[in-house]
Design a protein around this ligand. Structure first.
Ligand code: PLI
Length: 462
């Protein structure tokens, strides 16, 4: 019977969370410029802004932290982390970084070139920000079904469109494509997985033209679980056999350890190319810390070494993926339009279909984020017109994205299904009254468009 699996852990320490009144939340929203990133976590009841750095750590991780030694040359904690990473990635060279975006930065400095294309399924915003600063052309080539929130029967909506990739190579020449980056799972369109077949085919095509492949592996274990449960031929493989095969098709992997590392901080740059590793070492020394800690403390490296292994545990992954599926099912029962099938780390509500009267340039998903917080103290995040909107480089005219969603992230090992029921019930009520809502106006944005959602300010349209 489905949904009968309980959490594969028991709760030993609890963190009290605060309930606020609707009148208080109305004020908090005004003070925050109606931007969820600018709210204080203490004013949030159920926090679904992100799944990054929000995992609960296990007793094994906490006790491993006691082994943490100094963060410097040749520290023991590094070697324990290196062993754990090699076991999962199957690659020889490991450079820790303080978080994922630092690994992104090192990767962008090595692989992104001014005026040259960086193909991705959907690039995460920190790489996109780096590309924008470096003058590289970051293009998203996810399959068309990956941008269609009404198609549900597609198991791997994070796949790269191989034909589109070939077309760009033919039109621009392989020498003008400096890298292909596969993000697993694909964060921007619902935590949708990438199949092993697609990773293999992208890699074969890239190899033919001598284009390096990088895997952004923040959610590597969740992607591996989807391959195991949805792709022919992988049912009897272990999660680690699957991760090792995934990485056998790339030259380099970056990772924000704050997701499937089950820790609060940390990142990784992992490669099989010795020259690339040496360059990464140099960049790490300048920007992060020495080669054997890269901005992480010994204690954090110990927690990560253990967390990576726990994330590859199948019982854990089953519970994890089914919890996200549970929330999706509850929303669907209320008629709420979501991206289906649900992905790895959250449920994505289609803002355009939810508030069909609010045009995209009036930020329907952002309006939904505001409504959800105001009604129930639940914090989600907009991934739509604000986060993914861009501007024509010449005319500066706005370009609106294909996807317009509100992402409800589910933190790992943190909330119970009753917390998720609170979210579903609140959204259900908002959905019933959806016709009463008007849109929003963007009144402040920072200079880097790819990063504007973090600091943007809005007003409600009356
Ligand atoms: O937040 P960082 O710097 O550890 O990681 C940056 C980063 C890189 N790649 C991908 C796919 C991410 O999802 C990512 C960070 N994601 C955040 C913060 C999120 O809320 O999804």
């Amino acid at each position: 019977m489905r949904f009968m699996t309980a959490e594969p852990f028991r709760i030993k320490v609890v963190e009290p969370i605060r309930k606020t009144t609707k009148a208080e939340r109305t004020e908090f929203l005004k003070e925050a410029g109606y931007n969820a990133f600018r709210l204080k976590a203490n004013d949030v009841y159920v926090d679904c802004l992100t799944d990054s750095g929000t995992s609960a750590m296990s007793t094994h991780q906490w006790s491993a932290m006691m082994l943490g030694d100094e963060s410097y040359a040749g520290c023991n904690s590094f070697y324990r982390l290196e062993e754990s990473v090699k076991d999962i990635f199957g690659m020889p060279y490991v450079q820790p970084t303080h978080q994922g975006r630092a690994a992104d930065y090192i990767m962008a400095r090595i692989y992104a070139k001014p005026g040259k294309y960086a193909i991705g399924n959907m690039h995460f915003d920190t790489f996109r920000g780096n590309a924008e600063v470096l003058g590289a052309l970051a293009v998203d080539y996810v399959i068309p079904e990956g941008l269609d929130t009404t198609s549900s029967a597609i198991p791997f909506k994070g796949n790269i469109d191989i034909k589109k990739m070939q077309k760009l190579i033919d039109e621009k020449g392989a020498e003008n494509i400096s890298v292909v980056i596969i993000t697993v799972t694909c964060n921007n369109n619902g935590g949708q997985p990438v199949s092993m077949q697609n990773i293999r085919e992208v890699s074969q095509l890239a190899k033919k033209y001598n284009i390096p492949v990088v895997i952004d592996s923040a959610r590597l274990a969740e992607n591996a679980y989807f391959i195991k449960t949805r792709e022919e031929g992988y049912q009897n493989k272990s999660i680690k056999e699957i991760t090792r095969e995934m990485f056998s098709y790339c030259e380099t992997a970056t990772m924000s350890s704050k997701k499937d590392g089950l820790v609060n901080i940390g990142g990784l740059f992992v490669t099989r190319n010795e020259e690339v590793f040496q360059m990464a070492n140099q960049l790490a020394i300048v920007h992060e810390g020495f080669i054997t800690y890269g901005g992480m403390s010994g204690r954090d490296m110990e927690a990560l070494a253990v967390g990576l292994q726990e994330a590859c545990d199948e019982n854990y992954l089953k519970y994890r993926i089914e919890q996200v599926e549970y929330l999706g099912k509850k929303l669907k029962e209320k008629g709420i339009p979501i991206i289906e099938p649900t992905g790895g780390h959250g449920v994505y509500v289609d803002g355009r279909r939810f508030f069909s009267q609010i045009p995209q340039h009036e930020f329907p998903s952002q309006r939904l984020v505001v409504a959800l917080y105001e009604e129930a103290g639940v914090r989600a995040v907009e991934l739509g017109a604000c986060a993914f909107g861009s501007k024509d480089p010449v005319t500066k005219e706005p370009i609106w994205p294909a996807l317009e969603t509100m992402r409800i992230c589910v933190s790992r090992r943190v909330y119970t299904n009753q917390h998720l029921d609170v979210i579903a019930n609140a959204l259900g009520e908002i959905y019933e009254n959806r016709k009463d809502y008007k849109g929003m106006k963007l009144v402040y944005e920072g200079p880097i468009t790819a990063l504007r959602h973090f600091t943007a300010g809005f007003e409600l349209i009356k």
